[in-house]
Write a protein that binds this ligand. Structure first.
Ligand code: FRU
Length: 495
């Protein structure tokens, strides 16, 4: 089947409208119709924020990749735009894979993406090669650059694989020149991040490697991003085939944040700290932008390749984006907080202070809901440590999603075993939080199909997709031992 842009635009325009708004998240982005994975081209353009995404409109399965397109001013209302790219050229007929965007001096928007090309080998196998390609447009319509591809096998360092060479992230330097990082599989078969430079955005040359896995943090490094933050330099990447390391990194597709110092002149990145980006189940391939007022905001695919079998039957969309998060660095670690624009949409405040939980389940009047911003602070009620605190969300007689904290081990465990999915996939994740004598602060953002937890003012984030029916909206608390609980709850209402 040959995929054209016109065909994809007609398809989503015709059928996208049949998905009722109340069967989508209220403020998290979902595809117009069909399948969505990675965020692409998350960037500022003509005073608005654009977001593209890996898109297969024709089914809720991954398929030949298009770029879906939306824009926003507040990171919560997403205005749908027509499909931006279709895999319609010889150099991208295997898919327009992930990439990024930047505004040129002449006012055009430059998209940089990976073109996948399929070749039949002499012995009958299909081999895919990946190159970096450009498209130019006005924020709605894009033309592929006639001289595509702009980076090919010949631009790789020695030993770099042309089969795994993807996900360019472009940005502009203070002097107006352009840089991009691209993921690659080096000779050791694991992952690396390559840096390229350009004066005009069209002609690119290799600077060198920024960092590499050396088979330690997973294999192929997908979707890199590289930016300054609070006096440090941050490298984000999403490795495939990770081996677990304690509770820091789980097996499979993960997210890694490396904080270090960077000598720009000599392209020398020195690691100082390495950690996971998200400690939940569903988060992958994040990308960042810088806002007008200088904030670094990150968005991720709130799904994971290892859990896509959790898809509900008969859904018309699959895959959602995380809430955009503001990034900062505190004590050498990555801090993530929900984008501050969310606070404009908080309604119906409910507050409780010093609620005593003492070995029995507690419900609080007006503390329930599925589109909420809920902050909980727990602490020991007396000098005897408690052994466990638990909050149960999105709950009815059948369904429940829980977070459970045990201060003696400092382990927080998220459990969505009974959250609407009957697939035999990972449904729990445990993370180690900073011990603070039994004090724990949790900010929980619920939308119709997700729970995102921000621990201790953004020290850790953990996201899970849930498919629980919307009527399951009760919230309860319980503890083993004596706990004092403060609650602050708002409904999130987008007008
Ligand atoms: C990451 C990824 C990227 C690739 C895209 C294809 O989730 O595998 O490396 O560009 O998805 O859809």
């Amino acid at each position: 089947m040959h995929h054209t842009l016109e065909q994809a635009r007609a398809f989503e325009a015709r059928y996208g409208q049949f998905i009722p708004e109340d069967q989508r998240p209220a403020f998290h982005l979902t595809p117009t119709i069909g399948w969505m994975n990675d965020p692409n081209g998350f960037s500022r353009y003509r005073g608005e924020y654009h977001l593209f995404y890996q898109y297969h409109p024709y089914s809720t399965e991954w398929g030949p990749m298009h770029w879906g397109h939306v824009k926003t001013r507040d990171f919560l209302h997403w205005e749908r735009l027509p499909v931006a790219l279709a895999p319609d050229q010889p150099y991208d007929q295997g898919g327009c894979f992930s990439g990024s965007a930047v505004e040129l001096d002449d006012g055009r928007q430059l998209l940089v993406y990976t073109g996948v090309q399929k070749h039949l080998t002499d012995d009958g196998r299909t081999l895919e090669t990946q190159t970096q390609c450009l498209a130019l447009g006005d924020g709605v319509n894009y033309e592929k650059y006639p001289a595509n591809p702009v980076l090919t096998q010949k631009d790789l360092p020695e030993g770099g694989s042309p089969v795994d060479f993807r996900d360019p992230k472009v940005w502009r330097e203070a002097d107006g020149s352009y840089r991009m990082v691209v993921g690659n599989r080096p000779a050791d078969q694991s992952g690396a991040v390559l840096l390229y430079q350009s004066l005009d955005g069209f002609t690119w040359s290799l600077v060198g490697q920024v960092d590499a896995s050396h088979c330690q943090y997973g294999m192929m490094w997908e979707c890199p991003d590289f930016f300054p933050l609070d006096g440090k330099q941050v490298l984000l990447t999403s490795p495939q085939e990770m081996s677990p390391i304690g509770l820091e990194f789980h097996a499979g597709n993960g997210t890694v944040c490396i904080i270090g110092s960077y000598d720009r002149e000599n392209n020398r990145f020195v690691r100082e700290h390495i950690q996971a980006v998200d400690y939940g189940i569903d988060f992958y391939a994040p990308q960042t932008l810088e806002t007008e007022d200088g904030r670094r905001v990150m968005i991720g695919w709130m799904q994971n390749w290892n859990t896509i079998a959790g898809k509900p039957r008969d859904c018309r969309w699959f895959g959602q984006m995380s809430l955009p998060r503001e990034l900062s660095i505190r004590d050498g670690r990555l801090i993530q907080t929900p984008v501050r624009e969310l606070e404009q949409y908080r309604r119906n405040p409910v507050r409780y202070q010093d609620v005593l939980l003492n070995n029995e389940e507690t419900n609080l009047h007006n503390v329930s809901g599925r589109k909420i911003d809920l902050t909980l602070t727990v602490r020991p009620a007396n000098s005897t440590p408690y052994s466990c605190f638990r909050v149960s969300l999105a709950k009815d007689g059948e369904y429940v999603t829980t977070l459970r904290y045990k201060p003696d081990t400092s382990i927080l465990k998220i459990d969505r075993t009974r959250s609407g999915s009957n697939a035999d996939i990972v449904h729990t994740r445990s993370l180690m939080v900073r011990p603070q004598g039994g004090v724990l602060k949790l900010r929980l953002i619920l939308d119709r199909y997700s729970v995102e937890a921000f621990v201790n003012d953004g020290e850790q984030a953990a996201s899970v997709a849930i498919f629980t029916r919307q009527e399951a909206a009760a919230i309860s608390f319980d503890a083993v031992g004596a706990v004092l609980l403060d609650v602050e709850k708002y409904d999130i209402v987008l007008d």
